[in-house]
Design a protein around this ligand. Structure first.
Ligand SMILES: O=P(O)(O)OC[C@H]1O[C@H](OP(=O)(O)OP(=O)(O)O)[C@H](O)[C@@H]1O
Ligand code: HPA
Ligand SMILES: [Mg+2]
Length: 178
């Protein structure tokens, strides 16, 4: 699996240090508020796990499974595969994402949670790829900015593979026939 990676963009150590830093920031922000942390499956799973271990105040966790990508392309349509089990009305929400690329997934979710009358909505994303943006959406907290390349690892997949890499990297072109 590692031999299919052309370049490591963000190392395991850098990711873990960032989780600690953002975790401390969220601890301050949410002290006494009992926010609902929403992981956007499947990509956010590793980041959510590492990040929330670093938040030292009470919070509730739930998950939403949405998908829009087929291979390396956004279909342009967001599909809910699994909805939340929790009511969001009146709650402080913290949406956790692995990447914002076109912004389509998050603009869909933010609109949905506003419609459901959340009290506040904050977005934390490990990666931001501003060059991919087609929807107007900005995260409140960004771990790292990535260049205009398809990245994999630490939750991010190519055809469901590479999510279990501990770092963020770029695939060798021959892997996707490029
Ligand atoms: O900003 P966007 O262009 O919408 O892209 C970002 C979204 O795309 C990926 O999810 P995907 O839909 O591939 O599902 P997955 O998390 O299960 O891989 C990623 O995990 C983000 O949720
Ligand atoms: O660069 C990416 N890699 C993997 N999944 C993604 N979903 C949106 N952008 C990406
Ligand atoms: Mg994906």
């Amino acid at each position: 699996m590692h031999s299919e990676i052309k370049e490591i963009l963000i190392s395991e150590e850098e990711i873990q240090a960032k989780c600690k830093e953002i975790g401390a920031q969220l601890t301050e922000e949410y002290e006494g508020k009992f926010p609902l942390a929403i992981g956007v499956l499947k990509g956010a799973m590793p980041f959510m796990g590492d990040l929330l271990k670093r938040v030292e105040t009470h919070l509730e966790m739930d998950f939403m499974d949405v998908s829009s990508y087929e291979g390396m392309r956004s279909s342009g349509e967001v599909k809910i595969e699994k909805d939340l089990n929790t009511q969001v009305e009146g709650r402080d929400l913290l949406i956790i994402e692995d990447i914002i690329d076109s912004g389509l997934t998050l603009s869909y979710l933010v609109d949905l949670f506003k419609y459901r009358k959340a009290k506040s909505i904050k977005i934390v994303t490990l990666l931001d790829k501003p060059t991919g943006r087609t929807s107007h959406i900005k995260a409140d907290i960004i771990g790292f900015e990535v260049p205009d390349e398809f990245v994999v690892g630490y939750g991010l997949d190519y055809d469901e593979k590479y999510r279990n890499l501990p770092y963020i990297g770029v695939l060798k072109p021959e892997v996707y026939g490029g």
